[in-house]
Design a protein around this ligand. Structure first.
Ligand code: CO
Length: 458
């Protein structure tokens, strides 16, 4: 039996441990080495990397992707895409989704892992279709969570529906690290029995279950697991690549990873980790095991977001109350899985409820939109009174929300004129308008400076 590995150090580990603050120049020197490791794929783009590049790192995310591809021509590059939400927090019209997929593939992406926060498959269909049309691999991801409405039968039905939709693999995406070994075994076994395509398992170490969960998932027939180079593993990140490679090989599984290369990769990232611990970007708390998540169902990124949000408001002492309020808000909303953007929406609403001292006195714009049905179908029943309060007489949307949106790419391109230098810029702008505009200006200033210096040098 063969087990393959997706390395997450450049995306999920980076996002979960250091808020996606790793600039390209920091990891560029190791890419050619990583290219020889024998990974199934390297997850390096999408998720929060795009926003972080533009907002904090002054980097063009598209250029980053092209530069990674150049140094890793033999490795499948993977990205995470939130279906109709792309990388942002709202739904985009189909023409924008298609263009985004086309240009992601054109700039170097081989595998697009596509999920919807609510597992409303109407919201991944267009992205899956376009990925296949572009000749890339569409991986359909199921947002894993536990709740009274998330049953084994429902998960298997989702996997089958995704296979019929044309995905090349099914990923079980446990962003909170709450999938226990037995649950993983049962779920992988059931999905493997129902579909013909490979099954990928993704989890986080947050609660300490992950290594055991992967072992049982592999025993049940999982084809690929997501892991992170050991010095960027553990805590809110993935389990360590080297550890699982060592243990699974001893159990008789075939693993095509090069140990020497894995060590070089880890040795490279060690001083980077030390630097981020020293400058405070990597808070050692997120490296520890926190079993609270088993009760609160808080994913790695969400817990650190909540902590920094409360810190900023001088209310860190209210954390325990917010953690108790979070599952209540989630129940009221029909048990959405706590994945972006639902994790932020539920977290912010729970914090607001606690800090104001009255539940739903303020309902965020996003939660209102959710209650109007703009994010898709909630997995379970929504609290009626809350919905009525939020809708204030409006009728909720029942169709696929994107069907209510008009095409936007060409129109935005025309409006931007020469502010955008290529179609990729137009998409950056559509995804994060203010941030992208500021980035374009700074990029322009840098270019003018370069020209000035080179003229002076002549
Ligand atoms: Co993750």
């Amino acid at each position: 039996m063969k087990v393959q590995f997706t390395e997450t150090v450049l995306r999920d580990a980076n996002q979960s441990l250091i808020a996606t603050r790793l600039p390209f120049d920091k990891f560029a020197p190791i890419l050619e080495t990583m290219n020889r490791a024998g990974y199934y794929s390297v997850e390096c783009w999408g998720g929060a990397t795009f926003d972080s590049c533009l907002r904090f790192l002054n980097e063009d995310p598209w250029e980053r992707l092209r530069k990674i591809k150049e140094k890793m021509p033999d490795t499948k590059l993977q990205m995470l895409l939130r279906g109709q939400n792309l990388l942002g927090y709202k739904h985009y019209p189909d023409d924008v989704v298609r263009k985004f997929v086309q240009l992601s593939v054109a700039n170097g992406i081989d595998i697009i892992r596509i999920f919807d926060a609510l597992n409303d498959l109407r919201n991944i269909r267009v992205a899956v279709e376009e990925t296949n049309r572009c000749g890339a691999h569409a991986s359909g991801a199921i947002s894993y969570t536990t709740s009274p409405v998330h049953t084994l039968e429902n998960y298997v039905a989702l996997a089958k529906e995704m296979e019929n939709m044309g995905v090349g693999s099914i990923c079980i995406k446990d962003m909170a690290g709450v999938m226990a070994p037995q649950e993983a075994y049962d779920l992988v076994k059931a999905i493997k029995g129902a579909v013909k395509i490979p099954v990928v398992v993704h989890t986080h170490c947050t609660t300490g279950l992950a290594f055991m969960t992967y072992l049982k998932a592999v025993e049940a027939g999982a084809d690929v697991i997501d892991t992170a180079s050991s010095c960027f593993s553990g805590g809110t990140s993935q389990p360590a690549t080297e550890t699982l490679c060592y243990a699974l090989r001893q159990l008789g599984y075939t693993i095509d990873l090069n140990d020497k290369v894995l060590k070089e990769v880890n040795d490279f990232f060690k001083p980077i980790r030390a630097e981020y611990i020293a400058n405070g970007t990597l808070n050692p708390t997120v490296l520890a095991t926190d079993t609270d998540a088993l009760n609160y169902q808080i994913p790695g990124g969400m817990l650190s977001n909540l902590i920094s949000q409360l810190k900023a408001q001088n209310a860190l002492d209210r954390l325990d109350e917010v953690l108790l309020e979070t599952p209540r808000v989630r129940k009221d909303l029909g048990y959405p899985p706590l994945v972006t953007p639902m994790s932020q929406m539920v977290g912010v609403q729970a914090a607001t409820n606690v800090l104001i001292g009255e539940r739903y006195k303020n309902i965020s714009k996003e939660v209102k939109a959710y209650l109007r049905g703009e994010y898709g179908q909630a997995p379970g029943p929504i609290d009626r009174a809350l919905q009525e309060k939020a809708l204030d007489g409006e009728t909720p949307v029942t169709c696929r929300f994107a069907d209510t949106l008009e095409d936007a790419f060409e129109k935005t391109k025309a409006e931007l004129g020469d502010k955008a230098s290529c179609d990729e810029d137009v998409l950056s702008y559509i995804a994060f308008p203010q941030v992208a505009e500021k980035f374009f200006k700074e990029r322009e200033a840098r270019r003018e400076n370069c020209v000035k210096y080179s003229i002076e040098a002549m």
